[in-house]
Write a protein of this length. Structure first.
Length: 143
């Protein structure tokens, strides 16, 4: 089964951000980890990253049109993008929100997710394993 794994702004430079929060893995390594974890579960993971809200929305439209499950780390869009929320709401296949860090244990502005209400579930705080756990959830929901 093919799925989209969408990553929002600044995640393409994850290795240059605060390593105490995000670890040392760069985006290419993260992408490889997701692809390999997906293969173990018979999921073909199409992993993408964009700093553009417009592009993220177009990818969610693609998921809605092609009925593809989605794992999404909306990054900072999580906290304010109603446009991404509305696009995510149009996806009828399972959609899981993930975060590397636990936004609830960070600054107050990160405590709000405008995406969670339209996601099937949220997994946060486990570093790259957040994605692995989301893939497990997707593969179980597909059965
Ligand atoms: C993040 C958490 C967000 O608050 C932040 O803006 C990010 C990354 C995470 O994966 O922990 O860019 O989504």
């Amino acid at each position: 089964m093919r799925i989209l794994v969408l990553n929002g702004p600044n995640l393409g430079r994850i290795d240059l951000r605060d390593s105490a929060i995000y670890g040392d893995m760069n985006f290419v390594a993260l992408k490889n980890l997701i692809v390999e974890a997906g293969k173990e579960m018979n999921l073909e993971c199409d992993v993408r990253q964009s700093d553009s809200e417009v592009e993220m929305i177009s990818w969610l439209h693609e998921a809605a049109e092609e009925n593809l499950p989605v794992v999404i780390n909306p990054a900072a869009f999580t906290h304010y993008s109603y446009a991404i929320r509305d696009a995510a709401d149009m996806v009828s296949a399972p959609l899981i929100e993930v975060h590397l860090s636990n936004p609830m244990s960070r600054e107050e502005f990160r405590h709000t997710s405008v995406i969670s209400g339209v996601a099937n579930g949220t997994i946060a705080g486990f570093g790259p394993d957040s994605y692995r756990l989301a893939l497990i959830a997707i593969s179980r929901m597909a059965k």
